[in-house]
Design a protein around this ligand. Structure first.
Ligand code: ATP
Length: 329
């Protein structure tokens, strides 16, 4: 574990029925940082996040280490902001009672004190009439308000790490920005690190200090967000960026990154990204690349040095060639 790590994950593997969905992942979470985990659907982002909290789905087996064991103090040292706020709140208790109970689960304070901390926490996340709303049930909150209440719950005991798993997926764009802002403010206020699972590169750009890019259960690239987004070294990262709407050629909605990631049980030999990669060479089809240090970051790619800058055109050219080939069929 590196000396400045708050949490250190080493060779994490998560398996269902003998099939590995997360395949030997190592990374640190540093104090007070925002570490975004990005990648397409199925990359293993949520499983990784849930492993930090020891909240994996039934049937998952794990190996590797996560140290120290913050999950043994879930709710106090590490907490979760899930995708769906309703799953984090009990429908049968007023929100304020749930926050007060969270306070009393870790601190010996009176009911009155816990209640006033609960109201203060709701107020901090921007819930109007916090004292009145504390008496309301989750279903009486709007979606955005509920997600704010969950952020209040996740930060009320001033944890070391907050894990947010696609915290704004269920919200519309306007509420998405607000909720992300509230989350950023609250984690800053309590001095927690934030592990933010997202598939939105704009969210990474706006909020992350470092970014872990995952593909098919492995680390593809890990480094300072500004540098990774400014000049990706892994073709997969470049492909994700080329797929952003602002990089799409005029009049086209198709993402530059064509095809879909392989399912965990159906990985190709070699690099799992090779079948979609415009730079793939023979070695990529036979040997899976290990993470290596490249200019202060980690990159898993045999061909990183060949990636042009900017790489956007490479992916657009590949997408156009594939489109032409399909038109001819
Ligand atoms: N409960 C489960 N049972 C069996 N396999 C699972 C289970 N949960 C996840 N997996 C497998 O692990 C893979 C990775 O899942 P995970 O939820 O971590 O993906 P993700 O990157 O978070 O994707 P998304 O953005 O869609 O949430 C899935 O594609 C699936 O194959």
């Amino acid at each position: 574990m590196s000396s400045d790590a708050l949490l250190s994950v080493h060779d994490l593997r998560i398996t269902f029925d003998g099939i590995e969905a997360v395949r030997g992942l190592s990374f640190d979470v540093r104090p007070r940082e925002v570490l975004a985990i990005v990648g397409e659907s199925g990359a293993g982002k949520s499983l990784t996040a849930r492993a930090l909290l020891d909240m994996l789905p039934r049937g998952a087996s794990t190996s590797g280490t996560i140290e120290p064991d913050l999950a043994a103090h879930r709710g106090r040292r590490i907490s979760l902001v899930p995708q769906d706020a309703l799953s984090a709140l009990s429908p049968v208790h007023p929100v304020g009672d749930q926050l007060a109970a969270a306070v009393r689960s870790v601190a010996r304070v009176s009911r009155k004190e816990a209640r006033s901390r609960a109201i203060a926490a709701l107020d901090r996340v921007g819930i109007p009439d916090a004292a009145g709303k504390a008496r309301a049930y989750p279903h009486e909150y709007s979606g955005g308000m509920r997600q704010r209440a969950v952020i209040a719950m996740a930060t009320i005991n001033e944890p070391d790490v907050v894990v947010a798993d696609e915290p704004t997926t269920a919200l519309d764009e306007e509420h998405r920005d607000q909720v992300l802002r509230v989350l950023a403010e609250q984690r800053e206020a309590v001095g927690a690190a934030l592990v933010l699972v997202t598939h939105d590169m704009d969210v990474v750009r706006d909020h992350a200090d470092r970014v872990l890019v995952m593909y098919a259960g492995r680390l593809t690239e890990l480094g300072p967000a500004e540098e990774v987004l400014g000049r990706p070294r892994a073709p997969y990262t470049a492909g994700l960026l080329a797929s952003l709407p602002q990089h799409a050629p005029p009049g086209r909605r198709l993402p530059a990154l064509r095809g879909t990631p392989p399912a965990p049980g159906a990985l190709p030999p070699g690099c799992a990204f090779a079948p979609r990669c415009p730079l793939a060479a023979d070695a990529c089809r036979t040997e899976e690349p290990e993470p290596q240090e490249v200019e202060g970051r980690l990159v898993s790619c045999h061909r990183w040095a060949e990636l042009p800058h900017p790489a956007t055109k490479l992916f657009q050219a590949q997408a156009q060639a594939q489109e032409r080939a399909q038109e001819q069929v």
